[in-house]
Design a protein around this ligand. Structure first.
Ligand code: ZN
Length: 146
């Protein structure tokens, strides 16, 4: 019994940090549901539970690099990791953009596109001003590539 307890205590230290189950980010389910509904419009069957979601306190201290000031990232096409501090500070609109962008990587296997007409633009926050007015067009581009 003592030995079993010892092994159980060791378990959390063994896994890949990205895959260790952390808390899901607050409010993520409505964005996953909305992505599922949009995916269905373009004939894609998205199941939120095919992916895992977790929060971390910080990606890195280097704030100059886009990668480290982003609110989320897709890991191994299977997991979306959220920077809790940054995510919690984002508006509803930006949260949706981040979830859609990361699922663009993880679910649609899309790469970055250097265009303000695409949710797959590397710095998704550049769409902050135009997203509301162009949402339909941007969501179509995400699922169809044009
Ligand atoms: Zn990206």
């Amino acid at each position: 019994m003592k030995r079993l307890l010892f092994l159980l205590l060791l378990l959390p230290a063994c896994g890949d940090a990205y895959n260790s189950p952390g808390p899901r980010p607050d409010g993520i389910d409505k964005y996953l549901a909305s992505f599922k509904a949009d995916a269905a419009k373009y004939g894609r069957d998205f199941h939120p539970d095919d992916f895992t979601y977790s929060t971390v306190k910080s990606f890195d201290a280097d704030k100059k690099n886009l990668f480290f000031r982003t609110a989320a990232r897709c890991v191994d096409l299977a997991h979306i990791e959220f920077n809790k501090t940054i995510w919690d500070a984002k508006s509803h609109l930006l949260r949706e953009l981040y979830v859609y962008h990361e699922l663009g990587h993880c679910f649609l296997h899309r790469e970055h596109k250097n265009s303000l007409d695409s949710i797959m633009i590397a710095d998704v926050e550049r769409l902050n001003e135009s997203y509301k007015a162009n949402r339909t067009k941007l969501v179509k581009e995400l699922f169809t590539g044009n």
